[in-house]
Design a protein around this ligand. Structure first.
Ligand SMILES: O=C[C@H](O)COP(=O)(O)O
Length: 327
């Protein structure tokens, strides 16, 4: 992979949405997941394919451009969100960026709870960085349905350009694909022009087959992205789950010609893990998906480790982690 020709990784205009399609239950029921084969393939990924030096630095910058820089804590304040947004605008120190030959670099989005949209929108004004809001009774998604829909509408009105919804896990666990489809369809309609990411909460779906089927149904109902986790489940993003979801994205593309984005989220905090995910995307989906339009990391602390690695690449030294702290 090379860096973009103009040496900038700044936000670009948004491309085509997923229009969705009618629910195709035959297709959903045909979907299987060979757990042992998937786990075997996942075990081959970390550390096997390494990229070195300049290429690695370019990949790490690409990873930064794909981060949904996230704060989803009960004690979030406008001050914390302002600091996070300052980091989103300039995720890597200017001297490091210079040494890496990049003119511009931002993260993909800033992801917050509904109440923090206004300070985030204000702090990101003019940057082109979208605000993503978690809505629909995040993280459990168990508030009354009409309130979940209303929350989306309020978040869009407050300026969120991306909405991360949580699905009702029980629809998956009971195989009620019609209910999941209708729910997702309603959420997507409430989003209007805002892009919608469907959080599957894969750690609570029981089986990889359920993960594959849930991803497919959400795509049929118009999800622009499928996302693994809220970050609040006991098991969040994993490589086997990612393989299953990425292959669902690939199948959906081959059947419909529509590209859906993928967002692993929760527990991704190391630069080397980010590289593994980028390799996985490249190998399974191809270079087109290595773009913030089609790939995001949901992460609160990944950026700090990537910046440390980039600093090491440029200066040959590591500084203490607190020098790259946020919040
Ligand atoms: O969607 C993003 C996650 O909530 C972030 O999870 P993390 O704090 O484990 O990086």
């Amino acid at each position: 992979m090379t860096t973009d020709t103009k040496n900038t990784l700044l936000p670009q205009a948004v491309e085509r949405r997923n229009p969705g399609m009618a629910l195709d239950l035959d297709w959903v029921r045909r979907v299987q997941a060979n757990t042992s084969a998937i786990e075997r393939r996942a075990r081959t990924l970390p550390g096997r394919r390494t990229v070195k030096k300049d290429v690695q630095a370019a990949w790490l910058c690409k990873a930064v451009s794909c981060i949904d820089l996230t704060t989803l804590a009960g004690d979030d304040t406008a001050g914390r969100v302002h600091r996070l947004c300052a980091k989103a605008r300039q995720p890597v120190r200017a001297d490091l960026l210079d040494a890496l030959g990049l003119d511009g670099l931002t993260v993909g989005a800033v992801c917050v709870y509904h109440d923090m949209i206004a300070p985030a929108v204000a702090a990101l004004a003019g940057s082109g960085i979208p605000v993503a809001a978690v809505s629909t009774g995040f993280p459990a998604g168990l508030s009354p349905f009409h309130l979940r829909v209303q929350e989306i509408e309020e978040s869009v009105k407050a300026g969120a350009r991306e909405i991360d919804i949580v699905i009702s896990r029980r629809h998956v666990l009971t195989g009620n694909w019609e209910a999941l489809y209708d729910e997702m369809r309603t959420f997507r309609a409430a989003c209007g022009e805002a892009h919608v990411k469907a959080i599957l909460a894969t750690g609570e779906l029981g089986t990889l087959r359920n993960v594959a089927r849930a991803a497919l149904v959400c795509m049929m109902a118009g999800a622009d992205f499928v996302k693994t986790s809220t970050g609040k489940e006991s098991v969040n993003a994993t490589l086997p789950v990612s393989l299953v979801m990425i292959r669902a994205v690939r199948d959906y593309f081959s059947q419909t010609g529509v590209r859906i984005g993928y967002k692993p989220a929760g527990g991704i905090s190391k630069a080397k893990d980010a590289l593994t995910y980028l390799m996985l995307i490249k190998e399974e989906l191809g270079n087109t998906w290595l773009s913030p339009h089609l790939f995001r990391f949901g992460a609160s602390s990944l950026l700090g480790d990537i910046e440390r690695q980039l600093e090491h690449h440029v200066t040959g030294r590591y500084s203490a982690a607190y020098r790259h702290a946020m919040g």
